[in-house]
Design a protein around this ligand. Sequence first.
Ligand code: HEM
Length: 245
Amino acid sequence: MESVTFLSGFMAAIFYFAASVLLYGLFYKIFQYTKTPAPLKIPTMPAPLTRTGVGFRIFKEVVIFESLFKSNKATWLFGWLFHFGLFLDMLRHLRYFIDPIWGWVAFIQPFGKYGSILMVVGLLGLLGRRIFVDRVRYISSPSDHLMLVLLLAISSTGIAMSFYLGADVISVKSFFIGLFTFDIQYIPPDPILISHLIMVAFLMIIFPYSKLLHAPGLFFSPSRNQVDNAREKRHISKWAADLEK
Ligand code: HEM
């Protein structure tokens, strides 16, 4: 039992650390983005003429990856499958953090489980693209591959538990809900579960300092978030306006 207590404390420490890095890092990076000047009017044309139009453009970018669809169908297909599967499965994962479980979270459970298959298909396609497409292999760095391998490893340990080995999900839930109130609970010493969780913690730590930041970054992209009104309104970035004062 002592090793179990040690494991619970160890996992709790890892998750407190990972959550702090994730929250601080994301907050800091988003703050930096809000302060970064966008000196030029450079929306990719044809661009919306109103703010509402820009909202719709970003919505389409987030939900259907519109510009990726226009540029490369295979990358779009695998990328979209991965993200859609991830989205469904993260909704399923909400059950580990809320009690009682909301009706729609209970409803989404089976879809989330099969979302994991979409994730793996998407990730394998994206990894294949980096390995077999010469042009892409040339510009790929080790971190591009490692990111995909990490996500594949998290997904496959999850699938192993979900479809084959099972996991003590009741204990997982009380452990994570306990973390919110600093009440460290038992976590099962199941090697597949523990590796799933340690890799998740690692993902949380690298998230704010890696390409995964594209998630919030998309909203700050001047080529997507600017209105096509260069003829109606002079574009002056904040630092240029300050200089003119
Ligand atoms: C602290 C956060 C997380 C916890 C506590 C957690 C826990 C679990 C558990 C207990 C299972 C097995 C479910 C079962 O037996 O029915 C599972 C499955 C899975 N996990 Fe996680 N996980 C976390 C984060 C993640 C993340 C960030 C990803 C993806 C990047 C992920 C991907 C998966 C996948 C693909 C499955 C298989 C499908 C499913 O049952 O949902 N998990 N996870």
